[in-house]
Design a binder for this molecule. Sequence first.
Ligand code: NAD
Length: 492
Amino acid sequence: MDGTERLANFVKGGWSEPAGADYLNVKNPATGEILATVPLTPPEEVDRAARSAAAAFAAWRRVPAPTRIQPLFKLKTLLEEHFEDLSRTITLENGKTLDDARGEMRRAIENVEVACGIPTMMLGDFSEDVAPGVDEYMIRQPVGVAAIICPFNFPAMIPFWYLPYALACGNAVIVKPSERTPITAHKLIRLVEEAGFPPGVVNLVNGAASTVNALLDHPAIQAVTFVGSTPVARHIYSRAAANGKRVQAQGGAKNPLIILPDADLETTTNIVSDSAFGNAGQRCLAASLAVTVGEADRVFRPVLIEAASTRVVGYGLEPGVQMGPVITPESRDRIRNLINKGLDEGAEVLVDGRDTVIRGYEGGNFLRPTVLAGVKRGTVISTTEVFGPVLGLMRVETVEEAIELVNSGEHGNMACIFTSSGAAARKFRSQAEAGNIGINIGVAAPMAFFPFSGWKNSFFGTLHAQGKHAVEFFTQTKVVVERWLEGWSRKF
Ligand code: NAD
């Protein structure tokens, strides 16, 4: 892509530019270079996509599940064949390192693999003789048309938390990628097209808030999945639910890591540093607060400072780079302002990444890792999602105090503990109020066959992304009670 390409939508099996759309520039966050332009799809075109999906659904739901998964097997092969190009595209438009992009692609593919098990995962239940001559059974049927609304930070993985399951269960989908990272989705949907799903079963509409709202209001759409920030997740959840749709909305996070004095020094330091600064802190599972217990502060503070100050920041396509830019100049300003706010609130800066220029990439949105010590409870910096490479240090005296601190937070996406004590880890696992728990793990990302859990303000809904939860979300149960009395049948 050379900056002149106008990205198209994919509707009814064809690529088209939406009539009357405004266009936004898609920029490489490391260079500022324009990579392509993306349309802001107006409601009329959302309507065409929804009607195309609804029409295709009628036939697709009748296709037997073992046949429905055949294009997914083909898609898995295509994703492997295009693995390097897709990873590179993620780095170009998102900024993460090529290795991180490859890791993301692997996670996307794992979801395709798991969804190929739908014939088993969709099985129903049967109970014989619930009354004389009466049997009862439950079958799973697809829901209809699902809208999949995605954020910028995992442009390949997040659509695949949903799309393979929705399709395998017999639904039709409309994917709405982030307007900041739409090129990856464009390439992915080209492969989905090549995999051979019937026209209209998969649709792609580009855009931002108004396009999303048209999806939320469309009567032909029955299910909505969303991943993004908490305020928008709340909006999606309430508006789609008010329109009678089933919804799951994953929101933002503020993830604490607890470090006990008996944690392994080297492993813990590497893992904490990667959790806080990997992907430039733009992960919903990024460590935001490191809470040291007792003596751990004295031991871990110097090594965390060292790890933050030596992290190699630069263009994600260059070898040896460990951290790329943040997504936009506005995002960089917001992160700097939050660091400044933390300092106003009494924190002390141990490593300062605010003023960063990378030689040769002066047009990029770079920051270096920042470490703040003495972060106080209840302050803005201790409660607000930074979504940048900033780690706040807090100190408590006991594990109980640490758990209480974790549970006082508004978010519940992830909480981790670092220790060699099984008893402390066990207590933490049981009592911490978060949906994803790491024990000596800094980014507790569930594999595709587990739900991507999330609690409190990090999640609105009941069923989560991936695995069995996705199968339940994309199917509705039908219970049949059936009577066949002996006397009614002809004797043979
Ligand atoms: P975002 O909320 O700005 O945007 C997400 C999507 O919502 C985009 O497609 C965007 O076009 C759309 N959108 C934005 N504003 C809207 C509005 N007012 N009305 C309707 N639609 C709107 O999020 P982002 O900046 O792209 O992604 C980062 C956020 O996503 C972070 O908060 C991060 O924690 C969160 N996230 C959460 C998870 C999770 O599993 N909980 C995973 C990844 C990212």
